[in-house]
Design a protein around this ligand. Structure first.
Ligand code: NAD
Length: 462
């Protein structure tokens, strides 16, 4: 057990203002592995002041120099990949292989992409008789969740730094260790004091203080829709900019012409990865009635193969919540064909990879985000029915379409109310805009669209 001290503010680890601590627990075995300080309003205020003081110089730093710092940050993240992966596995519970490939790997790609974007971006453009400047929004308050703990920090920090903003990050309570490691990486990369600051703490205390701080110009939040709604209300009330990356209930639409086995196997893997704790997971699989029974059999067999290899969920509350949904699914008439409410291990926050058949669109498990390894398989009659079901939730973050040919899948995907669609198993692209339609959020992350969130325009007329 390691007791960590201090907040990273103005380029150094300085003592926290209060004495409260947060315990960090390994979800695989419930051991307390560390404590970090629980930040207070004073810590947040000190961090925001540091960010404000550092803003003019960082905003005036030439983009090529900001790009060079981001390249250095990318290199430090690359050099520390092993340590990052081990840290995420210890505090999130994800299997080490996933931590290496995704939790440690994707942030390197994203930091690198913003180093390139910062170097080549047109921060000034000519529009008729005007020159339009794309200037940094100012001080950013970033509040992040635990499910992709480093990725979500980097997906906000890298574009903010590329844009010339300074920031204060408040990471999730469950995963503060990789956030501390990231602050060390920022330091090592030579990013000037005050440009990046980290305050660990509880959401309703440190998170709320950050969202409410009058000197924060943009609140960038990733997390649940419930908290996002509150943060949106605070920011709007104070006329601040706000970006919200929220929940999802994405559809995996298997059209009749698709390679069924591939669509189902990739679909199950997508849901089970990271123990189902992925906001963009395709948790509703939609299959034509003629191929439904075959698909259910394939999905059950695929899920059974995972056992406890997917890792636990992050904490006891989350485990109980997921089990509650599994019980509700049964109570509302859906049929468990793999997994169920019993845990595969006694100690730790384990949930069995679970597949439900006979799920109808209005059931709770087809409407609400479960955030665990639970897949619902739904039946549709024809394409219009499939589209109605796919679009029939309050969310619209991601999705997938499978068909015999790409054009057919694309034609269907065009009609979906959602921010991203993978066509026949398309690969993750760190430059493609990520974000939600409807209640899945406001704004976009990643690539040039993600950079634009941190910029505001000023025009000179000649
Ligand atoms: P959460 O909303 O409880 O917490 C997210 C962050 O907000 C944490 O840092 C938390 O401390 C903070 N927070 C909590 N209450 C707060 C308050 N009153 N004021 C300010 N900050 C507060 O969500 P979670 O349980 O950490 O994450 C799971 C949820 O996040 C899921 O619903 C998931 O879909 C969503 N999510 C969305 C995306 C996306 O990109 N769309 C990505 C990851 C997670």
């Amino acid at each position: 057990m390691k007791a960590h001290d201090g907040m990273y503010i103005d380029g150094t680890w300085r003592p926290a203002a209060g004495t409260g601590v947060i315990e960090v627990v390994n979800p695989a075995d419930e051991e307390v592995i560390a404590t970090v300080p629980a930040g207070t309003v004073e810590d947040v205020d000190a961090a925001v002041r540091a960010a404000r003081a550092a803003l003019p110089a960082w905003a005036a730093t030439p983009p090529a120099e900001r790009a060079a710092r981001l390249t250095a940050l990318r290199d430090v993240l690359l050099a520390r990949q092993d340590e990052i992966a081990r840290t995420v596995t210890a505090e999130l519970g994800s299997p080490l292989k996933l931590s290496q490939a995704v939790h440690a790997g994707v942030p390197v790609a994203v930091a690198g992409s913003y180093a390139e974007l910062a170097a080549g971006y047109a921060f000034e453009e000519r529009v008729g008789n005007s020159t339009v400047l794309h200037e940094p929004v100012g001080v950013v308050g970033a509040i992040t969740p635990w499910n992709y703990p480093l990725h979500q920090i980097v997906a906000k920090t890298a574009p903010a730094l590329a844009a010339g903003c300074t920031l204060v990050v408040k990471p999730a309570e469950d995963t503060p260790l990789v956030a501390r490691l990231f602050a060390d990486a920022v330091h090592e990369a030579g990013i000037p004091a005050g440009v990046f600051n980290l305050v660990t703490g509880l959401g309703p205390v440190a998170g709320q203080a950050l969202a409410e701080h009058p000197d924060v110009d943009l609140v960038s939040f990733t997390g649940s829709t419930a908290v996002g709604r509150r943060i949106g209300a605070i920011a709007t009330g104070m006329v601040k900019r706000v970006a919200l990356e929220l929940g999802g209930k994405s559809a995996n639409v298997v059209l009749p012409s698709a390679d069924l086995a591939r669509a189902v196997n990739v679909g199950v893997a997508n849901v089970m990865s990271n123990s189902g704790q992925t906001c963009s997971a395709w948790t509703r699989m939609l299959v034509h009635r003629d191929r439904y029974d075959e698909a259910v059999e394939l999905a059950a067999a695929a899920a059974d193969k995972y056992g406890d290899r997917i890792g636990p969920v992050v904490n006891a509350r989350q485990r109980d919540r997921v089990r509650g949904y599994i019980e509700k699914g049964t109570a509302e008439g859906a049929r468990i064909v793999a997994g169920g409410p019993d845990a595969p291990r006694e100690k730790g926050y384990w949930v069995s990879p679970t597949v439900f058949a006979d799920v109808t669109p209005e059931m709770t498990i087809a409407q609400e985000e479960i955030f665990g390894p639970v897949l619902s398989v739904l039946r549709y009659d024809d394409e219009d029915d499939a589209l109605r079901i796919a679009n029939g939730t309050v969310y619209g973050l991601a999705g997938a379409v499978w068909a015999g040919d790409e054009a057919e899948a694309v034609a269907f995907a065009r009609r979906m109310d959602t921010g991203q669609v993978d066509i026949n198993g398309g690969r993750f692209n760190p430059l493609a805009p990520f974000g939600g339609y409807k209640q899945s959020g406001v704004g976009r992350e990643l690539g040039a669209h993600g950079l634009a969130e941190y910029l505001q325009t000023k025009s000179f007329q000649f």
